[in-house]
Design a protein around this ligand. Sequence first.
Ligand code: FE
Ligand code: FE
Length: 264
Amino acid sequence: MDGVRAPRDESDYRDFAAARPGVRAFYAENHARQTVDFVRGQHEKYFPLRRRRMGVWRAFDALAELVDDSDPDLELSQRDHALQTAEALRAAGAPGWLVLTGLVHDLGKVLCLFGEPQWAVVGDTFPVGCAFDPRVVHADLFAANPDARVAQYATPLGIYAAGCGVDALLLSFGHDEYLYRVLRGSRLPEAALAVIRFHSFYAWHRAGAYAAFAAPDDGAKLEAVRRFNPFDLYSKCEAPPDWPALRPYYEALVDEYLPAELQW
Ligand code: FE
Ligand code: FE
């Protein structure tokens, strides 16, 4: 990814203080309800994947109308956000697999179409089963999470071992982990899978929290996520991309890395 430059200035984005009031309301529910038991239950509900088989384009069409309640920066549909992220990467000279990662990184939001509420699908992620770090967005709202009063979960390491690695963490449930499971086993490289799995874990990739869990091979994952993140954030603008004109290029890219149908 060397030579891939972030497209825009970062100061105007993720301003949660100035965000739509619905964003804090979203996090009030998310932080109160994402518990160890909830996340384990969601894993049992969805994994192994067994809901349906569908290709990437069916998932895209389904997401065309969805607007993310947790996002302070964007009121475009998810399909437009996907294309803007991918197009920003392409314009910066990113390799094909990374452009494709930009295109698909939020497809796990199809969970909303399976009836999941947004607080269980979108927003920043954080580990459950250990003390909530104050660097997580709206961390004051964790006071309403019952796990904050479970002694076993309230220490810095909680249920984990120091140095266990980011892969071992049980993160709050959402579109990242879900899509990672869908695309694991495809031709996408490890760096792409790390981007997909951890792109919403801002306290880790942006704020440097949860460092006690770091394992030696987390460095490469962190670097991949950090390089990707500006394209996810700063490509957001309110002009919708020209989807019909772009579709042939992206169809070829999808065919190169992904099977015609995926298990969801
Ligand atoms: Fe996302
Ligand atoms: Fe995104």
